[in-house]
Design a protein around this ligand. Structure first.
Ligand SMILES: [Mn+2]
Length: 318
């Protein structure tokens, strides 16, 4: 089995680099740190390469192993987590992946390019962290309290706090196992789901004010511009969750959040019941999950992007 083969390769490796998708969320960070801690417990020199991450995750064990750059250029192994293709890696880190002697990835995105030498991909798993739980269990790698804290953070954030329909029996089994181990679930929940920075609050306020409905209220649309970004002084992670606001309003099937990036626009999509937003995102060169997806659009104006995305989502409504 792939997992056994990966373990053989890990045993032969000394220097291991761990990376996740850019603009990391709780699953990307939690999975990366859990993997890093597990490898370090095996005596490996493992580091996580990650640029800016939301500061509310600073409480996580292993956060000190996150580096923005690395002196080692060629690693024995690269492990990529929660990332469906090598393009979603931070551009500055691609070379570490390319140069690594062995390439491994663990992921749960709908469309995965299977870009590693070893690919552990499970589309129905709610979080990469949950794939790591079962992988560690299978390989009999001890899930310490610190590792469990990181993994539970990934499961909690990617299931929207156990609310989303992607949540599984295994999510709750792992949560209950964590509680039994004495892990502070309520603190993890508070830090990763409830506490927001003041700048995030300002961003949400603005996004709420601008929220518009389309298609008889089945679509909620809102946006933030580069100018807002500058005025508010947005921090990493401040835009996370804004797309969820529209989704919580009655009759809304799809929530769209559009924001202006340095180059182009990012669209975030969430659906409630039946629209496969991963399919919609793929029309714009993006992807994701059935009920949570996104894409980056270049070479279109704000109005063009807005019109195109609303019209594409409308086609999928009943
Ligand atoms: Mn994920």
């Amino acid at each position: 089995m792939t997992l056994d083969e990966i373990l053989v390769e890990v045993k032969k490796s000394d220097n291991i680099v761990i990376m996740a998708h850019e603009v990391p969320d709780g699953d990307a960070i939690g999975s990366s740190l859990a993997m890093c801690l597990a490898l370090r417990n095996m005596g490996k020199n493992a580091i996580v390469l990650m640029k800016d991450f939301p500061e509310n995750f600073s409480f996580l064990p292993g956060i000190e192993f996150i580096q923005k750059e690395s002196e080692i250029k060629v690693f024995d192994m690269a492990i990529v987590l929660d990332c469906p293709n090598s393009k979603r890696l931070n551009e500055a880190f691609e070379e570490y992946f390319e140069n690594a002697k062995v390439k491994v990835q663990f992921d749960h995105h709908n469309k995965n390019d299977m870009f590693g030498d070893y690919n552990v991909v499970n589309h129905v798993s709610p979080a990469t962290a949950q794939i790591l739980v079962s992988s560690f269990q299978y390989l009999q790698i001890e899930i310490t309290k610190d590792i469990a804290t990181c993994l539970l953070t990934g499961v909690i954030t990617d299931t929207g706090g156990f609310r989303n329909t992607n949540v599984t029996v295994e999510s709750f089994e792992f949560a209950s196992w964590c509680l039994e181990k004495g892990i502070n679930l309520s603190r993890i929940y508070q830090e990763s789901m409830l506490t927001m920075t003041k700048t995030k609050f300002e961003a949400e306020k603005l996004a709420m004010n601008r929220l518009e409905f389309f298609a008889d209220g089945k679509i909620a649309f809102t946006y933030l511009t580069k100018k807002d970004d500058e005025e508010i002084g947005l921090k990493p992670g401040d835009r996370d969750g804004i797309v969820e606001i529209g989704r919580t309003i009655e009759d809304v099937e799809v929530s769209i959040f559009l924001y202006e990036k340095e180059k182009g626009y990012k669209i975030s999509l969430r659906s409630n019941e039946y629209v496969n937003v991963s399919e919609v995102a793929s029309i714009f060169g993006g992807g994701g999950h059935i009920k949570a997806a996104g894409a980056t659009i270049l070479n279109m104006s704000f109005d063009e992007v807005k019109k195109a995305i609303i019209s594409e989502v409308t086609k999928n409504l009943k």
